[in-house]
Design a protein around this ligand. Structure first.
Ligand code: CP
Length: 295
């Protein structure tokens, strides 16, 4: 039994590169049309305490393709409205004896709150500004599909690095895979111990430009978006300076006209909707890896 995955997936740091490569290989098989296994005996409970479109629904689609049963939690119609705590809500779902909990919550490392107190494996679908492991797996497979390899590629991560769980997860795992990661954005979004470079300096040699959503909901004071695209974003002028073969990514949702101008979201260099498509195969592969680890 794989002890790490048998408890679920909280952060990619707990997985070796070999384990991650195995999940990505299997995800690519699914993307290439290999039939997904039949998990019709399995029940997943999807508990999203923060809004989501891509993660929430691609988990549901993946569960559907794996013939699993899914139970969708709605916080507005739950006893959270009567003052029940997050911990007790998770405990209640654990008592239902499902095979998997998929949880997104605004609190960083929310999973530490119930570690050791529940039996069901948990997949972290995003913990505040902490990490977003399945999104980073999607980003890695999207890059691998483009270039065929990861090590040695130059990546720019641009924008609200401070509040981005995707940036946190990507920086760690991309560096572990031997990619060179550079960051850029407004000084307000700089994390302690990191350096920002002007995007103009990165654009000519980076193979991958990962734009980040400005996370207004996580800002203490209102951040002005005036001139954001001109100063820190991508537009047709920046596009013309990109390295041949370089691609644009964004975990979504995109603030069109802010991180990227409208015309770039679906331009020939954009892989933004490829990332969304890859979400289903990656999440199916992660769920399968967890079920296999329990055998
Ligand atoms: N990338 C991502 O997590 O998007 P959602 O918030 O729509 O799930």
């Amino acid at each position: 039994m794989d002890l790490t995955l048998s408890q679920g997936l909280f952060a990619l740091q707990s997985l070796s590169l070999t384990e991650i490569q195995s999940i990505l290989r299997r995800a690519q098989e699914f993307c290439d049309g290999v039939p997904m296994p039949d998990y019709s005996s399995k029940l997943a409970c999807n508990l999203f305490f923060e809004p989501s479109t891509r993660t929430s629904y691609s988990f549901q689609v993946a569960q559907n393709r794996l013939k699993m049963r899914s139970l969708i939690f709605s916080s507005e119609h739950s006893s959270l409205q009567k003052g029940e705590s997050f911990y007790d809500t998770i405990k209640v779902f654990d008592c239902f004896n499902p095979d998997l909990l998929i949880v997104r919550h605004g609190k960083e490392k929310f999973y530490e709150e119930f570690a050791g107190s529940i039996d069901t494996p948990v997949i972290n679908a995003g913990d505040g500004a902490g990490s977003h492991p399945t999104q980073s797996l999607i980003d890695l497979i999207t890059i691998k599909q483009e270039f065929g390899y990861l090590a040695g590629l130059n990546v720019a991560i641009v924008g609200d690095v401070l509040h981005s769980r995707v940036a946190n997860t990507n920086i760690e795992i991309m560096q572990r895979f031997g990619m060179k990661v550079f960051m850029s954005g407004p000084p307000e979004f700089l994390k302690r111990g990191m350096s920002f470079f002007p995007l103009l300096e990165l654009i000519e040699f980076c193979d991958v430009i990962v734009m980040l959503r400005v996370q207004n909901e996580r800002h203490d004071s209102k951040f002005s978006l005036k001139d954001y695209n001109f100063k820190y974003g991508l537009n047709s002028k920046m596009l013309s300076l990109m390295k041949p073969g370089a691609i644009i990514m964004h975990p979504g949702p995109v603030n069109r006209g802010i991180e990227l101008t409208e015309d770039l979201v679906e331009c020939s260099r954009s892989r933004i909707f490829n990332q969304v498509k890859n979400g289903i195969c990656v999440r199916a592969s992660v769920m399968e890896a967890i079920f296999k680890s329990l055998i």
